[in-house]
Design a protein. Structure first.
Length: 251
């Protein structure tokens, strides 16, 4: 993937990994559109970083996604990269009355959001000679974290969807890439001060180095994510699952 000259739309880009990617891509000479639900945050980002564009988008709302695709096609016809980063990670206990509502929200945002974004933006991306759909999954797609039961399920589904999407789009101008983060120091699941989580800037450094490698890999897996990504192949899935099972959700 070229380091500059792209037009990139990033969902969930008002904080964490999404915002970090947006700022790195912008600094490298790309046209970046940050998308999210929080209008005030979008305005703050565009004010603090002239040249970055913004788009109000709620990936939990199918109509919002369609409207966003129409706006982007009109405003940014050269769009060639969509990064499906928006996601939620919430603690769940299936024995609690409110657990089903949390599960449904997680599926709608994490999984349906990615699928709907892909369908909405694929026609535009297919018209561009060098385009990319980049889906952000998680190393927890490969060994589940019981305290966030539906989160891991949605990320496993995103991995499966991305693998099959790559196969279906083989031979087209659209490349399909999966980013597989480990725990990163962001507000997702209260990890911003977690010493066991990877510092965000370190994650961005390593991920972008891999993304801009030649040839561009199909999966971006930093070293800190490999022990989960390849746990089953390495024969230590059971031990790692037991370790994750012992971790309690933040209060």
């Amino acid at each position: 993937m070229n380091t500059s000259g792209n037009t990139i739309l990033i969902t969930g880009a008002t904080s964490g990994i999404g915002l970090g990617l947006a700022l790195r891509f912008h600094a490298a000479g790309n046209k970046v559109i940050v998308a999210g639900r929080r209008k005030a945050m979008l305005q703050q980002i565009t004010s603090d970083h002239p040249g970055i564009e913004s788009l109000e988008l709620d990936v939990a709302d199918a109509h919002s996604i369609v409207a966003a695709s129409e706006q982007i096609a009109s405003r940014f016809p050269n769009l060639n990269v969509v990064i499906n980063n928006a996601g939620v990670m919430l603690p769940e206990n299936v024995r609690d009355a409110g657990s089903l509502e949390v599960a449904e929200e997680t599926v709608t945002v994490n999984l349906l959001g990615t699928i709907r974004m892909t369908h909405a933006f694929l026609p535009q991306l297919a018209k561009v000679a060098d385009s990319y759909i980049i889906n952000v999954s998680s190393s927890l797609a490969f060994v589940p974290f019981p305290s966030a039961i539906t989160y891991g399920a949605t990320k496993a589904a995103i991995h499966s969807f991305t693998e099959s999407l790559r196969y279906q789009l083989a031979g087209t101008s659209v490349r399909v890439i999966e980013i597989v983060p480990p725990g990163v120091r962001t507000t997702l699941f209260g990890q911003e001060n977690d010493d066991q989580a990877m510092p965000l800037e370190d994650f961005l450094d390593e991920s972008l180095s891999l993304l801009h490698g030649a040839p561009t890999p199909s999966e971006i897996v930093v070293e800190r994510a490999k022990f989960l990504r390849f746990a089953e192949a390495n024969g230590n899935y059971g031990d790692i699952f037991a370790m994750l099972s012992a971790i309690k959700a933040p209060a």
